[in-house]
Design a binder for this molecule. Structure first.
Ligand code: GCB
Length: 564
């Protein structure tokens, strides 16, 4: 279901019992059965009594030293008490668990979920009167056919990384809804409401927006779906006017309220239009890394720090790379007037030919869209980043996924990020045919850093053969904060600033440029970054250190964004 914070919830956040199981023995021991020795001679080789506790939400790696580099299984346990209520249903909701989750209630398998960054839920039909026990087997081992797959440039934080809630609903409840402006209209609001339960069919549904004097009634069809379409005159949401409205959705037995904004986002030729006006995207990439103290970001306070930094940089958009971030990030960005680029972790070496892949990608796409489809701040669904192989399986998979994305949401733009460009004689050739299928050409280039190493972006010319808006979705280079060095020293703040100065000169000559998005706001942990003294397990392409200290390149980009 969507909009958990708008419902009757009991939080299960807090301390959970945890058993570390690096060898996966717990499966064989059937830990979920929670056998307890009755006499001294009973032989049980595990117990949740006396185990350390882990805080939920939170990654396990940064909570106890023995978990630091764990890529394996941890068994979590929590109990809750419940009094059965007539005509009520109970769901167990997880904001995200990285990467595989198997959930048990009172020793019975409730279900499983794959994917570390999207929410999921199970209905608790067998909930007991009194004390109930939940056991979650969490496994963050990298998967060859996972999303992402085996190698990626961020830290593999495992655990129950986002919030857990018990959600109590009416027996027929509002499961999901869409209330957004239609693509090209400033006054037509359209969408649907989906009821779930025995009385979902032929029910009256009401959508109210008191500030717009809207009180609209519609009816569900036999399968519980009600379409809606009405006229209203909202102040349209934009970074300058981040206006949101209270939207109340009610059925006979349920009511849900949410703050929703309205805007139009479209492409016209090589321009991106926000509310009909040409937009230049001043973006920055962010990883979901907690500021000031290494770990997974998962609180509203973390989101506020990260987004305030993006605002101070002069950004009007954040790219939440390379996976859906926690909901605080998206909701707070919307309140603060920052557009959002949501992305799937279809990153680099994905096993596109694996038969499970289309299904996995589609499910994750549905989960991402389901959570964020009413967030007007989200303007772009990005379906992949730097998929390397020009194989028929890659093209087929991503073209199909773009089609599914369009079917699920017609109000936003989509993209697939590419870095397969040719570079010869100072000419940058953009030629990945996938561009033909997406609304926006997004490409990552590291002229001055990777290719060509210490090259000069300002000298490079661009050749783009498709008439679509272009966003440079990544550019930059590494610098250790405080390493003054000089411009010839690759790891110095001065060299990083030089790359940014020359990139800015180049941006002025890139045809069709509709925006740029720096890689990236803050230094973040990535185990493959092993250069001692400079990296020490961190990707140092941040404009800020992990403590928020501004590097010289920060001021270069802020100058460019001010000017824009
Ligand atoms: C890229 C990737 C990004 C990396 C970055 C880097 O092209 O998209 O995830 O982390 O380069 O720092 O190398």
């Amino acid at each position: 279901m969507t909009n958990i914070s708008g419902r009757q919830v009991v939080s299960l956040n807090g301390s959970w019992k945890a058993l570390i199981d690096p060898t996966g023995t717990g499966d064989w021991l059937r830990i979920w059965e929670e056998r307890t020795p009755v006499s001294k001679t009973d032989f049980v080789e595990y117990s949740f009594t006396g185990t350390p506790e882990l805080h939920v939400p939170g990654d396990f790696n940064t909570q106890r030293p023995e978990y630091t580099y764990l890529e394996g299984t941890v068994w979590y346990k929590q109990t809750f008490s419940y009094t059965r209520k007539k005509d009520k249903r109970l769901f167990l909701y997880f904001g995200a668990v990285n990467y595989l989750a198997d959930v048990y209630l009172n020793g019975k398998h409730l279900g499983a979920h794959e994917g570390g960054f999207t929410p999921f839920q199970f209905e608790l039909t067998d909930v007991q009167e009194g004390i109930n026990s939940i056991i979650v087997r969490v496994n963050n081992t990298r998967q060859k056919n996972g999303l992402p797959a085996l190698s990626y440039d961020w830290f593999n934080y495992g655990g129950i990384t986002r919030e857990v809630s018990l959600v109590e609903t009416a027996s027929t409840y509002i499961n999901d809804y869409l209330v957004q402006l239609t693509k090209h209209s400033d006054h037509e609001i359209a969408g649907w409401v989906k009821l779930d339960g025995g009385n979902a069919g032929n029910q009256e549904v009401k959508v109210s927006i008191p500030e717009l004097k809207i009180s609209y009634r519609t009816k569900t069809n036999d399968s519980g779906m009600a379409l809606l379409r009405f006229n209203a005159r909202p102040v349209r949401w934009s970074p300058d006017t981040p206006r949101l409205y209270n939207v109340i959705i009610s059925s006979v037995s349920d009511t849900v309220t949410e703050r929703i904004g309205f805007r139009n986002i479209a492409v016209s030729g090589t321009d991106i239009l926000l509310n009909g006006r040409k937009l230049f995207i001043k973006g920055v990439n962010i990883h979901e890394e907690r500021p000031f103290k290494a770990g997974k970001a998962n609180t509203e306070a973390d989101a506020r720090v990260l987004l305030s930094w993006a605002k101070e940089l002069g950004c009007n958009m954040v790219r939440l790379s390379h996976y859906p971030h926690n909901e605080y990030m998206v909701k707070l960005a919307e309140e603060m007037g920052i557009m959002v680029w949501d992305e799937l972790p279809v990153y680099q070496h994905i096993a596109f030919a694996d038969t499970s892949m289309p299904g996995k990608m589609e499910l994750m796409l549905r989960e991402m869209i389901k959570r964020d489809r009413n967030r007007c701040a989200v303007i772009i669904w990005s379906l992949s980043n730097e998929t390397y192989s020009f194989t028929p399986s890659r093209d087929k998979a991503l073209i199909e996924l773009l089609g599914k994305c369009r079917m699920l949401d017609t109000t936003r733009l989509n993209t697939v990020v590419i870095n397969n460009q040719g570079y010869s004689n100072n000419m940058f050739h953009v030629h990945d045919s996938l561009y033909k299928y997406a609304d926006i050409i997004s490409l990552n280039e590291y002229i001055g850093w990777y290719v060509p190493w210490q090259g000069k972006p300002e000298d490079v010319k661009w050749e783009i053969n498709y008439k679509k808006p272009v966003i440079i979705s990544e550019f930059g280079g590494e610098a250790k904060y405080g390493n003054a060095g000089d411009v010839a020293d690759s790891w110095s703040e001065d060299y990083q600033a030089k790359i940014y100065r020359e990139q800015v000169v180049m941006f002025r000559r890139v045809p069709q440029l509709a925006g740029v998005c720096a890689w990236l706001l803050v230094d973040y942990r990535s185990m493959g970054r092993m250069r001692p003294g400079y990296q020490d397990g961190y990707n140092r392409k941040g404009l800020l250190s992990e403590y928020g200290e501004r590097k010289r390149a920060w001021y270069v980009l802020r100058g460019y964004y001010d000017e824009k």
